[in-house]
Design a protein around this ligand. Structure first.
Ligand code: DQQ
Length: 562
């Protein structure tokens, strides 16, 4: 392939990225005014980020000899993405406090000289970790490589060696060599063969290409992909893992980072080991537009790993900035990771993913504020006093005594919840809702991020919309400030209540609705935070009274992230 087209494909990834991070980028602030973004106030206290410069995808998370390892796409020379990217590396005993180590992978060999892109870890028998990652070779072809620890007795796994027999997998006939990347963690079938998947696109259809190997060095492509969908565009960072058992059957989660929209979606199903294919639970698995999003906010390129220490599946996800490249240059950093979440299968009917922050996060909770039995009549705004508003964890349960005033649901809304969040908003009157939290809110409310629910009466039961509206999050107009939203799959009439947990950490608001059925992460940069006068409120602007049965909130202390 001609170098120019290779270059343009690399550039197209970057352009997508810039659109995601800085679509509203207009102009940097006038030179005579200080850029508010240089303030360290926007650095996070307990969300992982390197001490400086650029970070994007989580890579190869694993648990090995008593330590959690976290690798990430990192530009060690500046705060913007570069194709010629490396792997940062940190370790932790508890997923909260992290120690930075030297770079684990840097472009150094013909098979990755133009960049060490995303990949995953597999723990081989005998407790031997291996990383499989995408390398950009001398002509920027995307090839898959292995790397092994140099010294298995070093629990820090500081040094990695790249065998000379790399690459182990190269693009095959018929695909674009610049659209073939991000190998998954491998798994072993009953026949003893290893399997992994790599994302690509063919004629507009996203595919998870399946490979098999008997020795982890020679890989043979299966005739059929593990799964594909029509018209979805490129699949990045594919993850295929068992999520849990339902009625004696193991349910698998297939997660895909959809490059066209830069959103992470998932679908659930079973794994037909005989045919080596994923079988979706229902027809929606074949239509990517029906797949739920892992997170309805700013999350991309996420990845899970199995934590053998606590027998749980843990998820990591990159949360990009919503400021401009100029802001990132001014700040000297860009990109954070969402809090690691435990992934489980919904125990009520086995039909969906449940996400919850790892329990270790609670070790950072300090002063506790409790409020009980508070009636929120229409127009109520109740402050949660005593919180350090920039570092907090708020858990609240709303009781819904009446559904009489619920607005009527229009079935056309089902396809575009963010639009519904935008149009209905947090502040205008509704029936059952909007109710929720205003966080990082200024005295005058001119800046706030609204996380809220609205309940609608539909033909078959009720629909619950969850939104995180960033439009008033900052007075700076040039930021990307969407209203994000998704539906919460609960039987609200039967439950009569709904929970919300919101993690506030300087420039991130990460919210878990309905016990973790719907999650929304927002990146916000309130200017008034710099003056320290912001608040957290519970509110209700619906006609129906809503009750806070219980609210618990904690100030959060700073995690040690070196
Ligand atoms: N980021 C990596 C790629 C991956 C993309 C490059 C997803 O391997 O496809 O930094 O964010």
């Amino acid at each position: 392939m001609a170098p120019s087209s290779l270059l343009s494909s690399g550039l197209s990834w970057l352009c997508g990225l810039l659109f995601f991070s800085s679509s509203m980028f207009e102009a940097p602030p006038p030179e005579n005014l200080p850029n508010p973004m240089v303030s360290s106030e926007f650095r996070t206290a307990y969300h992982f980020q390197p001490s400086r410069y650029w970070m994007n995808d989580p890579n190869a998370p694993m648990y090995y000899k008593g330590l959690y390892h976290f690798f990430y796409q990192h530009n060690p020379d500046g705060p913007l993405w570069t194709a010629n990217i490396s792997w940062g590396h940190s370790v932790s005993t508890d997923l909260i406090h992290w120690t930075a180590l030297e770079l684990a992978l840097t472009p150094s060999r013909p098979f990755d000289i133009s960049g060490c892109w995303s990949g995953s870890a597999t723990i081989l028998p005998g407790d031997k970790p291996v990383i499989v990652y995408t390398g950009l070779d001398t002509v920027s072809r995307e090839v898959q490589n292995v790397a092994y620890p140099k010294d298995l007795s070093d629990p820090f796994l500081r040094q990695w060696t790249k065998p000379d027999y790399n690459p182990i997998i190269v693009p095959f006939e018929g695909i674009d060599v610049t659209l073939f990347r991000d190998p998954s963690t491998a798994w072993q079938g009953k026949d003893g063969l290893w399997r992994l998947i790599v994302g690509t696109v063919m004629n507009g259809d996203g595919k998870a290409i399946l490979y098999r190997s008997h020795d982890f060095a020679t890989w043979v492509r299966a005739e059929d992909p593990l799964h594909f969908t029509n018209g979805s565009g490129m699949w990045e960072c594919v993850d295929f893992v068992p999520l849990g058992e339902w009625e004696g059957v193991t349910k698998y989660l297939l997660k895909v980072s959809m490059y066209n929209a830069l959103h992470d979606h998932y679908t659930l199903g079973t794994y037909d080991e005989e045919r080596d294919v994923f079988v979706g639970d229902d027809a929606s698995s074949n239509d990517y537009r029906m797949w739920p999003r892992v997170d309805y906010g700013s999350i991309y390129a996420s990845k899970t790993f199995f934590d053998g220490a606590k027998q749980r599946r843990i998820w990591w996800g990159w949360s990009n900035e919503s400021d401009s490249a100029a802001d990132d240059l001014a700040k000297g950093w860009a990109g954070i990771q969402a809090v690691p979440r435990v992934f489980t299968l919904d125990r009520t009917d086995g039909k969906r993913l449940i996400q919850w922050p790892v329990e270790e996060l609670e070790s950072l909770r300090r002063e506790k504020i409790t409020m009980k039995n508070i009636e929120l009549r229409t127009g109520s705004l109740v402050e949660v006093r005593g919180l350090s508003v920039s570092q907090a964890d708020v858990e609240v349960e709303f009781e819904l005594p009446s559904f009489v005033g619920a607005e009527t649901f229009d079935e056309n809304w089902i396809v575009d919840p963010p639009k519904l969040c935008r149009e209905k908003g947090a502040y205008g009157n509704g029936g059952v809702g909007p109710f929720g939290l205003l966080v990082l809110a200024a005295d005058s409310l001119e800046e706030n991020t609204a996380v809220f629910f609205r309940v609608f009466r539909a033909d078959q039961g009720y629909k619950v919309l969850m939104c995180a509206d960033q439009r008033r999050s900052s007075k700076r107009n040039e930021l990307y400030k969407p209203a994000s939203g998704g539906f919460v799959d609960v039987d609200i009439k039967k439950d009569g209540k709904i929970s919300l947990r919101t993690l506030i950490d300087h420039s991130v608001v990460e919210s878990f609705g309905g016990g973790g059925r719907t999650v929304i992460t927002s990146r916000v940069y309130p200017t008034l935070l710099l003056k320290g006068n912001t608040h957290v409120y519970a509110f209700n602007y619906g006609t129906e009274t809503v009750k806070i049965s219980e609210l618990n909130a904690w100030n959060m202390s700073q995690a040690q992230i070196s």
